[in-house]
Structure formats: structure tokens, C-alpha cells
Design a protein around this ligand. Structure first.
Ligand SMILES: *Cc1c(COP(=O)(O)O)cnc(C)c1O
Ligand SMILES: [Zn+2]
Length: 408
């Protein structure tokens, strides 16, 4: 069922569903409008369960048709128990959602899948974006798979691993001298000049919808139940607010009952405009980022106020995690659960610990922690945090036994 209308989430003005990400009246985010009455008839648990094992099993609730023969489609990532982490933190049950299993190892493959399908539909033949790193990887890989050019804009000086994991796909990358927000402003201006598919600018209203599939999958993987709480990192706030919408939409379709999870957000202290505004009960005001969690370092988050409203509506909260705890939390996650997440995961685990320490979540709760990116792209952050050791030895059994303290 094609989406024909976009509606402003703030002032509710309606627009035709073209390549348009923002409301010209109030600058609010635009969202696809679905026919809920028709969907309530067609979308059943059985229909979803019969779909492909990727995010396209939820195509009825996305604004784009799945690409033909969708190769390496993202989604349907593992949800795994982390009992040792749960007991260390003092909550009933912790489940890790491993979006590191996506094709470019972050949750960004989900949003790019929808945006790229839309770009193709609109006949936009170059894919572009402004990125804090992971989005660059996902756009470059998607463009390579489709055989179209990718032109990517990042703040200069991102992690070298993230840059290599972009240029390897043949993309042209521009490192913009300045912050992500400077880069983002430049690209918004450029988008007015070129007929390109800028996934998080003129395609943003479609792109953001891809995030809902994380909520859908959690519900399905829990046997059509919701968890008590979800812990989620916040950059622009799009993932956080779309997660909530995902649960709401499943409720609206009668696929789940009345219960909703409490949503807890995390930001690193060096770029915490949303967490600070939440704590001070005010609107978000822009900051200049200085954080080790580069993937979350957006100083002027487009959906920041929406994220705050979402946290409050769900009964959750948003926490700022100290910079020096980000790497420690990455190591904690690795040692206690066998999962090496990136800096964003260090922030998310920090938010889990903060919420547990304040009694916002506890021994009776089943908590899902979103691991949105892999630690192999941000290895610098765990230097000096790993408790494992590396020793070089001779290829000699006696010497090795002595080293191991074993007497023959
Ligand atoms: C982009 C990103 C997020 C969240 O992004 P939003 O802009 O808030 O939607 C979270 N984790 C990682 C690893 C990311 O790359
Ligand atoms: Zn508006």
C-alpha cells in the first residue's frame, strides 16, 4: 500500500509524499501517513511470521516496497540473554539486541534500506548523507550493492576505522572541517541544489521509519510481548522516538496488548543536550560536542524535544554518562556478556547502570539493551580498559608450563 501523504509531527500540515524531510511551516519532522483501518485488517501476526527473516517482514508498516531480490537485507538481528551483566547491574533480566549483526555492523543499515528504496523509487541516482560514521558505512555499502555513486559528508577527524569502512565501498567522502552540526548545515544547503537522495535530509521522513523495525523485532522475538524497559542511545533522537512509535503502532493494530515498555535514553556527557534538557525540565538547546562517543555527537539534535516527550510519555528517563565511563562500560559489556559494542554501547550500558542505581529499573524488570554498533570500529575507546593480557612467548613447552605455573 503506497504512502501518499507526509504529515508534520508538530503542526500536522500535510504534504504530498515526495522527497521532502521537513515542514516548511514550522521546520518539524514529516512522517508518512498510513491507512490504519486497512492495515488493521491485513496485518496479522501470521502474515508477519510468514515474511522474510529481515526487516522487510514489516514492509506493510514501512513507506517503501522491499527492493527486488533484497540482498544482504538488514534486520532480524539476534536478541541474546546477558545474565552475568544483569546480576552485576542488579536488574532481573538483561537481553542484548545485537544490531552489530547488520551488514555494516550498526543499526544504520535499517534506516538506509528504507531511504535507498525510496531514492530508487524517486529516480534519485546518487546516494548521499551527513554522518557521524556509521551512516556513512551503511550508505556506501548500499550504493555499492546497487551500483550507484555515494557521496558522503562527515566531520573531519572521525575514527579511521569508520572512514576505511566507507571508502572501501568506493564512496567519495568529504571530511568537513567543523562539527557534525556544521557538516549537517552545509549538506542541508547542498540538498537544495542537487537532485540527490540525501538519506537523512530530503529522504529523512522515510529513513527514520526504518528504526521502528527494532521495536517490531523485539516484540516478535519476545513471543509477541513487550519488555519492561528498553535502553537506547540518543544522537538526533530519531531512533529513540521511532522506537516508541513502533510499539504504539503494533498496539494500534492489536498485535500486542496495552502494556508499553519504559524507554531510557543515554548520551555521553561531552554531548548531552537531550539528557541535560531532560534533567533541567526545559527545551533542548544546542551544545558544541566534545565526546569520545562520536557516533552520538550531534550538538543540535533534530528530534531532541521529541525524545524528551517520548521518555516522559513512556515513564522512562534520559541519562548523561560520564566520558571516562564510556570505555569502561564497553569493557564491562565485553567481559560480562561476550559482546564488543562501540562507544554508543558504552553509553547505553552507562544509562542501564544509572537507571538501575536510581531504582528506575530493578530486580523484577526484563530490560532490553540496544547494542547499535560494533566495538571494532572504535577500538581506541577501550585502550587501557581491557583486563585481558597479551604476552609473547617462545615456542617451547617447558618454558610455557613454567609460565602457566604447571609443574610436570
Ligand atoms: C546513529 C546512531 C544512533 C542513534 O541515532 P539517532 O540519530 O538518535 O537516531 C545510535 N547508535 C549508533 C551506533 C548510531 O550510529
Ligand atoms: Zn509543521
Amino acid at each position: 500500500m503506497p504512502v501518499e501523504v507526509l504529515r508534520c509531527r508538530v503542526c500536522e500540515s500535510e504534504y504530498p509524499a515526495v522527497a521532502n524531510g521537513i515542514c516548511v511551516r514550522c521546520f518539524g519532522p514529516l512522517e508518512p501517513v498510513y491507512d490504519w483501518e486497512a492495515l488493521a485488517v491485513t496485518v496479522t501476526r501470521a502474515r508477519i511470521e510468514a515474511g522474510p527473516y529481515s526487516m522487510w517482514r514489516y514492509a506493510d508498516l514501512l513507506p517503501a516496497a522491499p527492493p527486488e531480490g533484497a540482498t544482504s537485507a538488514p534486520g532480524w538481528t539476534p536478541l541474546v540473554a546477558a545474565p552475568r551483566l544483569a546480576s552485576l547491574v542488579g536488574v532481573g533480566e538483561v537481553l542484548l539486541k545485537l544490531d552489530t549483526a547488520n551488514p555494516t555492523h550498526s543499526f544504520k543499515d535499517r534506516v538506509v534500506a528504507v531511504a535507498a528504496a525510496k531514492a530508487r523509487e524517486f529516480g534519485l541516482e546518487t546516494l548521499s548523507c551527513t554522518s557521524t560514521g556509521n551512516l556513512a558505512n551503511a550508505v556506501a555499502a548500499r550504493a555499492a550493492a546497487e551500483g550507484i555513486p555515494a557521496v558522503i559528508f562527515c566531520p573531519a577527524g572521525l575514527e579511521p576505522e569508520k572512514m576505511l569502512a566507507t571508502t572501501v565501498y568506493g564512496a567519495r567522502v568529504y571530511g568537513v572541517r567543523g562539527s557534525y552540526d556544521d557538516c549537517s548545515r552545509l549538506v542541508s544547503e547542498l540538498a537544495g541544489e542537487l537532485e540527490w537522495g540525501f538519506v537523512n535530509v530530503n529522504l529523512r521522513s522515510y529513513y527514520a521509519e526504518g528504526s521502528k523495525t527494532l521495536a517490531f523485532e523485539l516484540v516478535e522475538q519476545l513471543g509477541w510481548e513487550v519488555p519492561d524497559a528498553v535502553i537506547c542511545p540518543i544522537a538526533s533522537g530519531a531512533l529513540f522516538s521511532k522506537l516508541w512509535q513502533g510499539f504504539e503502532q503494533f498496539g494500534r493494530l492489536g498485535l500486542i496488548g496495552e502494556a508499553r515498555p519504559r524507554l531510557y535514553g543515554g548520551q555521553a556527557e561531552g554531548c548531552a543536550p537531550v539528557a541535560d534538557a531532560f534533567a533541567e525540565e526545559r527545551r533542548v538547546s544546542p551544545v558544541r560536542p566534545n565526546s569520545i562517543a562520536r557516533s552520538l555527537a550531534i550538538g543540535n539534535p533534530a528530534d531532541g524535544d521529541l525524545a524528551i516527550a517520548t521518555a516522559r510519555a513512556s515513564g522512562g528517563s534520559i541519562h548523561a554518562v560520564p566520558e571516562d565511563e564510556v570505555g569502561q562500560n564497553m569493557a564491562l559489556l565485553a567481559e560480562s556478556a561476550g559482546v564488543f559494542g562501540e562507544t554508543a554501547a558504552g553509553v547505553t550500558v552507562g544509562a542501564l547502570r544509572a537507571a538501575a542505581a536510581r531504582g528506575e529499573i530493578g530486580p523484577t524488570d526484563r530490560v532490553v539493551v540496544l547494542v547499535t554498533g560494533t566495538g571494532l570500529k572504535t577500538p581506541q575507546a577501550v585502550e587501557g580498559e581491557a583486563t585481558g593480557t597479551l604476552l609473547e612467548i617462545e615456542a617451547d613447552l617447558d618454558a610455557l608450563l613454567e609460565e602457566l605455573g604447571v609443574t610436570a
